[in-house]
Design a protein around this ligand. Structure first.
Ligand code: AMP
Length: 435
């Protein structure tokens, strides 16, 4: 089914063609027609499903030809990174139209944002904190805004933004069209949806909290003190063109980034201790492929949309299963394939079992015959540089062709270029150690 048959304005159909979208994704096919008619929509869809264009296209369609001047549409996003991505996609989709959008997010200079508001830009893509600030100072005005898009409502809740979101919505008296997107629908989010939506069309993509298709998942049991060593081993021995590594804390992210940089990897860091411009540089560099590895914390990586990520490695098991689903959704974007590995200590097995129940799948356990799981904790180096620590390969091999050990019975799958990932399906990798 082509985009044209959804009833979208030809200028928008042209933009989808420019962006290389061949046909609507399921969430787009489900959400766009009712939204074009002005119906409220509630969609359970995570990032990677094409949900952003799913709400932007109908929003832009309804603005084409509408009177200009003043905010008509508010798109609320939980994080700056996600807001930036929405604004980027918005610019791409609106390129043949006169519709203008502005980004209202924290950590950026106020001046240009205030100017955009005074200019009466039609679409605001905003995070709650900065927008509320500008509303309270009378710089932003939402009294003529009719459409609200709430993106990643569950993340808004996780991050404690629901009170701000409610305050913002209370300033939209003309609201008559609401599009509500959430990866999951816990009771508190269902209640909010119930309050905000009138007779909504429901779009449900996949099972609740299902992980995105195209992702091969595996768990690597390892004692906590050997996690860094195992990660370095995996990175050194496996073809991983673009890897996102998650750590629980920003301190760990920083430490790990330093270790991997010393190993010779090009590494970007994304966590809340970085300045906004450092975060943007990291994101852009990673997106352009200048960095092979990005080390990030959960919050910083929310909504990260880089479509070439081949591997997501979690160095800890998230306590909240949805966080795991979000993390691994960073790979396998828009129908591509990717691998998601989680390093799990004995203490974390219970948290992993909760995740497995939620995603409805037991992750294959993989152990590497060549890795020394009995190695003692490396001595704490002064200054935290672990280079050359015990049980750790000294240098990253150059011609990396060996695999990390594939779960039994699982063949290696093609990477994005249609080639095998370089991991050996055969051999004895991973066989002896599996549980
Ligand atoms: P999202 O879930 O909105 O973060 O989108 C995930 C990725 O899918 C983004 O990189 C989009 O550019 C891409 N995308 C969105 N819609 C389509 C489509 N219809 N066909 C192909 N790619 C798409």
């Amino acid at each position: 089914m082509p985009f044209k048959s959804l009833g979208l304005h030809p200028l928008l159909v042209r933009a989808t063609q420019d962006l290389g979208y061949k046909e609507p994704t399921p969430v787009q096919a489900g959400a766009i027609p009712p939204a074009l008619e002005g119906r409220d929509v509630i969609a359970t869809a995570q990032t990677g499903t094409g949900k952003t264009a799913g709400f932007l296209l109908p929003v832009l369609h309804r603005l084409i030809g509408a009177p200009r001047g003043g905010t008509r549409v508010l798109i609320l996003s939980p994080t700056r990174e996600l807001a930036e991505q929405i604004a980027d996609v918005g610019r791409g989709l609106a390129r043949h139209t006169q519709v203008r959008s502005a980004l209202i997010v924290g950590g950026r200079p106020m001046g240009p944002q205030e100017r955009a508001l005074r200019d009466g830009i039609e679409v605001l893509v905003a995070t709650p904190g900065r927008l509320l600030d500008l509303l309270q100072r009378g710089v932003a005005k939402l009294d003529r805004a009719t459409t609200l898009v709430l993106d990643e409502a569950d993340t808004m809740f996780d991050m404690g933004f629901l009170p701000d979101v409610r305050r913002i919505i209370a300033r939209m008296p003309a609201r008559n069209h609401t599009l509500f997107f959430s990866a999951t629908m816990p009771p508190v989010i269902a209640k909010l949806a119930n309050e905000l939506l009138r007779n909504p069309a429901t779009v449900q993509i996949g099972r609740r909290s299902a992980t995105a298709v195209g992702i091969t998942q595996a768990a690597y049991p390892v004692p906590t003190h050997l996690k860094t060593a195992l990660l370095r081993h995996l990175l050194g021995e496996t073809e991983m063109p673009s890897v996102l590594v998650f750590t629980r804390t920003k301190h760990n992210a920083k430490k790990l980034a330093r270790v991997l940089t010393n190993d010779g990897f090009s590494v970007a860091e994304l966590h809340s201790n970085r300045t906004p411009s450092q975060r943007t540089r990291a994101m852009e560099g990673f997106r352009r492929g200048e960095f092979q590895v990005m080390v990030a914390t959960n919050i910083a990586a929310r909504g990260l949309d880089v479509d070439h990520i081949t591997h997501v490695i979690s160095t800890d098991v998230p306590d909240v299963p949805e966080d795991y689903v979000h993390r691994i959704g960073r790979t396998g974007r828009a129908g591509a394939t990717g691998d998601a590995f989680v390093l799990v200590s004995r203490e974390e097995e219970e948290a992993l079992a909760r995740i497995e129940r939620q995603v409805g799948q037991r992750l294959p356990r993989v152990m590497l015959p060549e890795f020394d799981y009995a190695a003692p904790a490396p001595p704490k180096p002064p200054g935290g540089n672990q280079k050359g620590g015990r049980g750790v390969p000294q240098q990253r091999p150059q011609g990396r062709t060996r695999g990390p050990g594939k779960p039994q019975g699982q063949a290696s799958k093609p990477n994005r270029d249609g080639q095998r990932s370089g991991r050996r399906g055969g051999g004895n990798h991973g066989q002896g150690g599996q549980r």
